[in-house]
Design a protein around this ligand. Structure first.
Ligand code: GMT
Length: 392
């Protein structure tokens, strides 16, 4: 198949999944065309079946907000005219599903089927805002196929948007051969002494991630267990997290590593992963840690329980319950046998249930299914349901 993949190129789970899916599909013999405003951050190396088409957004003094959605639609149309793609797979509904719809309307002689994958905040936060609500709903209804990364996100979409289109759950995945436990004492010693535990958090440091809770949890763990805390990524709450570490007197034990391209190397020598987030449709960061054999302490929210099993391969506490998460962390780190069992089960879960070898064919099969459907417009006119919008 010839497949166009549209995604955000910046740090984030949806871009990571889109890039890895494209690479996996290319290895299976498909021709992949990435269309975005930058090269997706996990799109490493050269692959003869992978191409990248840059969306150029020109600015003009009249434009306070340059219309990226139009530039993207025109680029999709240009690629489609030349390549005759079979499938356009858009990751993150806003604005990608709408740009794909527009491109199709502009090029009726080169029809292409659109599959939209919902990733999380495109539904639960941004898409739910009044300014985007109806367009997001329209984009979902007009897609030929829609997938979501968890059962939770499917239910949330149906309940928030009252969509009629069937949503297929295809969970996120990891490559367990690339993300695996390692014995690299030298790398580990760069961050922690041999008698210290290594605790990690990775995120985009947006308020939804509750990074300040992660710092507070570490402070409590550190009182009982000699340890260091590594935070990977960057975003708006990073300065606040750094100030909090100073205030709590643990700044010397906390290292902000910023954005890292090889998160897996650091995870592979870590002992515990913290994800005290407010909401999460899936929690790819947690799955990546588990694949490296690192147990996760997270919040019982959104799709996280579909990834982390409480008391089995990690622990789940209520959002904001810093004491609970600290206590669970301390108990795990002070009990080597329990830690070893949790670590083994976390790794097994990642390899058995979220393996890219098993999940990539689910997307392939779904594309085939969508291609086999008659190519009539996805649905009829969409009615407004104002009461469901969140204002603001
Ligand atoms: O958090 C975001 O707004 C970004 C988004 C992304 O593009 O990375 O994250 C969502 O998609 C990931 C990949 O499917 C999921 O693992 C994350 O749980 C999800 N984030 C939220 O639901 C907050």
């Amino acid at each position: 198949m010839k497949i166009g993949i549209i995604c955000y190129p910046t740090l984030g789970g949806s871009g990571a999944i889109a890039a890895n899916l494209g690479l996996n599909l290319a290895c299976l013999g498909h021709d992949i065309h990435f269309i975005s405003y930058g090269i997706p951050f996990r799109l490493e190396g050269y692959h003869e079946r992978v191409r990248y088409h840059a969306v150029e957004v020109s600015s003009y003094p009249l434009f306070k907000y340059p219309p990226y959605d139009m530039a993207l639609a025109c680029k999709i149309m240009e690629v489609q005219e030349k390549e005759d793609l079979d499938i356009l797979h858009v990751h993150y509904a806003i604005p990608h599903a709408i740009s794909a719809y527009l491109a199709r309307q502009m090029l009726p002689d080169h029809p292409v089927k659109v599959v939209t994958t919902l990733h999380g905040t495109d539904i639960t936060l941004v898409g739910n805002e009044r300014s985007y609500f109806e367009a997001t709903r329209f984009g979902i209804e007009q897609s030929h196929g829609v997938t979501s990364v968890s059962q939770y996100l499917r239910n949330a979409t149906e309940s928030i948007f009252k969509t009629k289109r069937e949503i297929r759950v295809i969970p996120n995945f990891v490559n367990p051969d690339r993300l695996c436990p390692s014995n690299d004492p030298e790398l580990r010693r760069r961050y922690a002494r041999d008698d210290e535990k290594l605790i990690v958090h990775t995120s985009n440091f947006r308020p939804v991630k509750r990074v300040l809770d992660a710092v507070k949890i570490f402070a409590q763990i550190h009182e009982r267990v000699p340890s260091r805390f590594l935070l990977l990524g960057d975003g708006p709450d990073l300065p606040k997290a750094s100030n909090l570490a100073q205030e709590l007197g643990i700044a010397d034990q906390v290292v902000f590593l910023g954005q890292q391209s090889e998160v897996g190397r650091i995870l592979s020598v870590s002992d515990l992963f913290l994800l005290p987030t407010d909401t999460e449709s899936f929690g790819l960061a947690a799955l990546e840690a588990m694949s490296c054999g690192v147990p996760v302490i997270a919040t019982k929210t959104g799709g996280i329980p579909e990834v982390v099993s409480d008391e089995v391969d990690g622990f789940l506490c209520q959002v904001g319950d810093v004491d609970c998460m600290s206590q669970k962390g301390i108990s795990l780190l002070l009990d080597p046998t329990k830690h070893r069992d949790f670590s083994a089960r976390a790794r097994l879960k990642a390899t058995d249930q979220f393996n890219c070898r098993d999940i990539t064919p689910l997307y392939e099969a779904y594309y085939e299914e969508v291609l086999a459907q008659p190519s009539a417009p996805a649905t009829g006119p969409v009615s407004f349901i104002e009461s469901e919008c969140k204002s603001g």
